[in-house]
Design a protein around this ligand. Structure first.
Ligand SMILES: [Zn+2]
Length: 407
């Protein structure tokens, strides 16, 4: 089984021959450093510091140049990410895999080299293809290999240049739009469907082994270079399998950390507890309290009460021995009204810390009052309802609903 390293190296033989781009001979690997004004050996804190200074200086809101500002941000985005930085150091901007993302953001290459990309890259590439693969949290914890089929269009024989458009894929047409007025419009060539070349094509089904690495995350891509449709006079684009993490019944995941919830009785919260967890790799863990450990109830307006089991989260991609933490979000179930006997209460009163306020007696003119169950969402709705206040409260979700989202 294969884990870690650069998947591209591993899969290169799937790539359908010499279709992937090699590094350009004269790649530039200094421009980004110059943009931030740091040495190539700069540390992350140095890069960050340089970036902050420049970003403030060139911010468009403060009269800075927008293009310069974009360059600074793009340079920082790459150099602050060790993985991208390493790729840039080796292959220049060509090594940064920013195509096919479809985010509509400025193309980094164009940003720095003013649209010179097409010319410098040689043949165009056909479009990348994304396929979602659904993966369980167990598989992302343990790693997994799945065989999947890629259906693609491949060319049969050599493409011939289209005679209708001389290989340009476009044809100029003149159209009369009024008396003596002619409009020249450019259209896709119909006989080659804009490809400029004509070639016989066939469908091909190729089985590939997709390695889901330990610690991969939602939306991570597993890329097969040059495996999208072949088009005449173009390099085939890439096929990306995009990880879609399925929701898990027990564990919630954020980055490399996991979260579970645990309900304890008040007895357990005060006097101790132990329970079993079946982990994602099948191990059985017993989570036990330390002597004297108290789990506090989640008081209103407080952050959720959590503890962690260190290093029992997800493995890190590429470094599976470094794991995140397992968070436990506690809730404490208190006894119901009347559930505790008078004797039990006397005993508790004798042992629990803090003052006892039971003995207060009402003075003259004082009134003793009692409590009913309530919902904070109704706060403000008391009294005789006016039409305005009823209308206002419709849009209120109530603080309780908000509290629940904080984990
Ligand atoms: Zn044509």
């Amino acid at each position: 089984m294969f884990f870690g390293g650069d998947p591209f190296e591993h899969f290169a033989h799937h790539g359908g021959g010499g279709s992937h781009r090699g590094p350009r001979r004269d790649v530039d690997t200094t421009k980004l450093y110059e943009t931030l004004g740091v040495e190539k050996t700069a540390t992350q804190p140095e890069i960050k510091k340089a970036y902050r200074k420049l970003a403030v200086k060139h911010h468009p809101d403060k009269g800075g140049d927008e293009h310069k500002f974009k360059e600074i941000n793009a340079a920082y985005e790459i150099l602050s990410d060790e993985e991208k930085r390493a790729k840039y150091d080796r292959h220049g901007l060509e090594g940064i895999d920013d195509h096919g993302g479809g985010d509509g953001g400025a193309d980094i290459f164009d940003l720095f080299f003013g649209g010179g990309r097409q010319a410098s890259r040689g043949p165009r590439r056909s479009e990348d293809v994304n396929h979602a693969i659904k993966v369980t949290l167990e598989d992302l914890y343990n790693g997994k290999t799945v065989k999947l089929a890629i259906n693609r269009e491949v060319l049969v024989g050599k493409p011939k240049m289209c005679r209708q458009c001389d290989g340009r894929g476009m044809r100029m047409e003149l159209r009369q739009i009024g008396l003596g007025m002619v409009q020249q419009i450019q259209r896709h060539c119909a006989s080659c469907r804009g490809e400029g070349y004509q070639c016989e094509k066939k469908r091909e089904r190729k089985i590939v082994e997709v390695h889901v690495e330990k610690g991969m995350r939602h939306k991570d891509k597993i890329t097969f270079r040059g495996m999208s449709d072949e088009k005449p006079n173009m390099q085939p684009g890439d096929v990306h399998f995009v990880v879609h993490e399925k929701e898990h019944d027990v564990f919630k995941r954020k980055g490399a950390d996991l979260l579970i919830t645990k309900n304890l009785s008040l007895k357990e919260a005060l006097t101790g507890f132990a329970w079993r967890i079946k982990h994602l790799d099948g191990r059985s863990l017993i989570v036990a309290s330390k002597p004297g450990e108290v789990i506090r109830a989640n008081a209103a307006n407080e952050k959720p009460y959590v503890k962690i089991v260190p290093n029992e989260g997800m493995p890190s991609r590429g470094n599976p021995f470094v794991k995140g933490n397992l968070y436990v979000l506690f809730t404490v179930k208190f006894p119901e009204d009347g559930e505790l006997s008078a004797a039990a209460l006397d005993s508790l009163r004798a042992h629990l810390p803090g003052p006892s306020s039971m003995d207060m007696e009402a003075q003259e003119e004082e009134e003793e009052v009692h409590l009913e169950v309530a919902n904070i969402a109704n706060f403000g709705r008391g009294g005789a309802q006016t039409q305005e206040s009823a209308y206002d409260s419709d849009s209120d979700e109530g603080p309780q609903a908000v509290n629940c989202q904080q984990s």
